[in-house]
Ligand binder design. Structure first.
Ligand code: ADP
Ligand code: ZN
Ligand code: ZN
Length: 743
């Protein structure tokens, strides 16, 4: 017997099928999807691989496999999916297979694993690329240390106990890596068990409104008839989408099948999960997201494998959960960019969901109050089914939204961050003890620091971006690589002491609020306060439970959580997401503003939203004032058509990345020339190589080539052929199809 093996490696040259002979004593354990250990080339240690095919004999002279790991395997159909993904997302098959393995087991086989009770968590201080480089250059030689680092690359929120058991290492190995500066160890309260609240009152189906009933019937028809169909439920927040999901899941349950519901990581709160537990009970539900410890995630995965779980609720990668008998896939807040992975493999879980739904003959339900332009385009062009929920199910009214022109404020002599209107509204809200949320999409204190005499600005040593001043630590930080330095008080160019701070971040906003309203209590939520020790959940709970007057935050504040006492939302500057060099910036602005507005006045209270901007005429801002998605869509789709952006074409971003500035230019040119040669019939529109908008991050230069085309198998081959022979010691090439960001 011969097996076809994929070696577990992200080295491009190893993305091939290798044949191995199976010794007779191992034959009975052979199964597609199982893990094996094999001798490979001149490597001293055995390599891990996956069986992806079984056959009688091989045309080559081949070696024996050394051992088989029997605990875990992947279904054959998932292996096929991994093969397709590797092609479509330009990565190795083994990278995709890893997404389908039980959490925590992607690095090495596991023999015994104990439940996580530890309070020490381990975090990486270096990036995946830096670590791989150090391993290649033999800076890290110990196999155990390599295993630890690779495990940490693949898994978030890893406790020391999990780390030691999963990688078969000791606390001494971890300590060494800490001393070498690769990791940090942080004491932390053990995260909640996915199901902590034991006193959830059971609920039963609500009587559906006419609109809900129509939505339910239409989708249920596909469930009953085992038929694929894609549905977009477009309905404002509070329109009762979740109630429809619950009842559909109930129908799937009657058929003894399983439902997967994807939610953006940040919306996956205990309150959200409780609603499902209240309806279906805890035993039937599994939850998968990165805030669980690896041990907990492993347990959830195994619980799903048994087939007892009928509902899987999870973030992006939960689409790969090993469910038996899939009956329905729901993607809530389908416009959310987190469904597209921006690291390897760069998959889009919506595309995976569509593939699975077609394969299993089941419906795929997308839901949003602000659908992705592409989803809505598909729906109104009858490629998918559009279902509209136009009214709020609980009859609460939408908030009123006002736009304030900041240019006018300036003309009237108001240089403060708060317009007169917003100032008065906060003041009134404080008087009546209602809560306020202030939203600003930049963190830190000042977004750049400049010498007034010579114009010098402080830039990061490693990246071509200006550094942000953080007043609390009195330090300058780079928001791209994390590099920090002492604040400058004397200009390094001209020795002037005339240093000025420009731009506003959340830290400065909170300080200003303290100055203006000294008696108001505030809490801030951004990447700086949501540290590894202090979850975003805790900040939001504190805001609600302690009735803190004002929450200041970045876009983290816009999702999840009901705040019954919030009646005012202020957007300090709606312009920050508008002027990025990105065709999605209008869409993002509209989505964020609509979502922020949705935070105000959700329960009976009348909500008031004040949006400050320098561009009151921008249509994304205008439409969010009217909370009119349709109007926004009509305008945006014209713009996309005119400038040829998705859905009218696909965009491929090839990023070339190198420490050597000269090398990168020649590599990029070579790829470009190859592409042009491949393009005989002009099916691609290839743009000349250019430096990326941020052309250096972490000492690596960044260039890119943009292609517009209709993505297809032919295109995949052409792109692959153009990059396949490119080799450079420090060259990295990534291909991203319809990327989240053009930066
Ligand atoms: P969405 O998911 O669209 O934001 P939800 O399903 O959470 O909306 O519904 C919003 C509120 O309306 C919830 O409090 C829910 O219990 C209530 N609700 C939903 N459907 C109904 C219904 N048919 N009858 C009464 N209340 C409903
Ligand atoms: Zn100067
Ligand atoms: Zn930097």
């Amino acid at each position: 017997m011969v097996v076809e093996i994929i070696i577990n490696s992200n080295v491009k040259d190893l993305n091939k099928i290798f044949d191995y002979n199976v010794p007779t004593n191992l034959e009975e354990d052979i199964k597609i999807g199982r893990r094996v250990f094999v001798p490979f080339g001149r490597m001293k240690s055995l390599q891990e691989g996956f069986i992806i095919g079984i056959k009688e004999k091989s045309d080559y002279e081949i070696k024996d496999i050394a051992s088989i790991q029997k605990e875990d395997y992947i279904e054959e159909e998932k292996i096929n999916l991994a093969k397709l993904m590797a092609r479509k997302y330009f990565c190795n098959i083994s990278d995709c297979i890893k997404l389908m393995l039980p959490p925590g087991t992607t690095t090495k086989n596991i023999e015994n694993r104990i439940k996580d009770k530890s309070a020490r968590f381990i975090y990486l201080l270096k990036t995946e690329d830096e670590i791989n480089e150090d391993i290649e250059n033999k800076v890290i030689k110990s196999e155990k240390q390599k295993r630890i680092l690779k495990f940490l690359i693949d898994n978030e929120e890893v406790s020391s106990v999990d780390l030691e058991t999963f990688t078969n290492t000791t606390s001494a190995n971890i300590k060494t890596l800490e001393q070498k500066g690769y990791i940090e160890i942080i004491e932390k309260a053990v995260e909640r068990n996915p199901f902590t609240n034991k006193n959830i009152k059971p609920t039963s189906n609500l009587e559906l409104t006419d609109e809900q009933k129509k939505a339910f019937d239409e989708i249920n028809n596909n469930i009953k008839n085992n038929k694929f169909g894609e549905f977009l439920i477009f309905g404002v927040t509070g329109a009762g989408k979740t109630e429809v999901y619950l009842q559909l899941i109930g129908e799937v349950l009657k058929k003894d099948k399983t439902s997967i519901m994807l939610v953006p990581e940040i919306s996956l709160t205990p309150q959200m999960v409780d609603r499902f537990i209240a309806r279906f009970g805890e035993e039937k539900i599994a939850v998968l997201h990165s805030k669980l410890s690896v041990g907990e995630r492993y347990d959830q995965w195994k619980k799903i494998e048994t087939g007892n779980v009928k509902i899987v609720i999870g973030a992006r990668s939960a689409i790969f959960a090993p469910v038996k008998d899939l009956g329905l896939i729901i993607i809530d807040e389908e416009h959310d960019s987190s469904y597209k992975s921006d690291k390897n493999p760069r998959y889009n879980s919506k595309e995976i969901a569509r593939y699975l739904a077609k394969q299993k003959n089941i419906p795929l339900v997308l839901g949003s109050a602000t659908p992705d332009i592409i989803s809505y385009f598909n729906a109104i062009n009858n490629k998918t089914n559009l279902i509209c929920l136009t009214k709020r199910a609980n009859n609460s009214s939408l908030p009123t939204v006002e736009i304030i022109d900041l240019k006018e404020e300036l003309v009237n002599g108001n240089r403060s961050m708060l317009s007169n209107k917003l100032y008065t509204a906060i003041e009134e809200n404080l008087k009546v003890k209602k809560q306020t949320i202030l939203f600003l999409n930049r963190r830190g204190y000042s977004t750049f620091v400049m010498c007034r005499d010579c114009g010098y600005t402080v830039k990061c040593n490693k990246c071509n971006v200006s550094m942000t001043y953080h007043v609390e630590q009195n330090r300058l930080k780079c928001h791209y690589c994390g590099y920090e330095r002492r604040n400058v008080t004397i200009c390094p160019e001209c020795n002037s002491k005339n240093i000025r701070y420009f731009g506003t971040g959340t830290e400065k906003l909170e300080a200003e609020i303290h100055k203006i309203f000294p008696n108001a209590s505030t809490i801030r939520m951004d990447v700086d306060t949501v540290t590894k020790k202090n979850s975003h959940e805790m900040i939001l709970n504190k805001f609600r439970d302690e009735n803190i007057d004002i929450l200041v935050g970045t876009q983290m504040v816009v999702k999840g959580h009901h705040f019954p006492n919030v009646t005012l939302v202020g957007v300090i500057a709606a312009d920050s997401s508008l002027f990025m060099d990105d065709y999605k910036s209008n869409e993002r602005t509209f989505q964020i503003l609509t979502q922020v507005a949705g935070r105000a006045g959700r329960e009976g209270n009348n909500g008031n939203v004040i949006i400050q901007t320098y561009n009151p005429d921008n249509f994304a801002i205008e439409c969010s004032k009217l909370q009119n998605y349709k109007m926004f869509y009509d305008e945006e789709i014209k713009f996309r058509k005119l400038l040829k952006y998705p859905p009218f074409c696909d965009i491929i971003k090839i990023e070339i990345n190198d420490i050597n500035k000269n090398q990168i230019v020649s590599t990029a040119t070579q790829i470009y020339d190859n592409l042009v040669k491949q393009n005989e019939n002009n099916i691609m529109e290839i743009y000349k190589p250019m430096p990326a908008p941020i052309d250096k991050i972490k000492n690596r230069y960044r260039w890119r080539i943009i292609i517009r085309c209709r993505f297809s198998n032919t295109i995949i081959d052409k792109v692959n052929d153009s990059i396949i022979d490119i080799k450079g010691v420090n060259t990295r090439i990534t291909v991203d199809v319809n990327p989240n960001s053009m930066i």
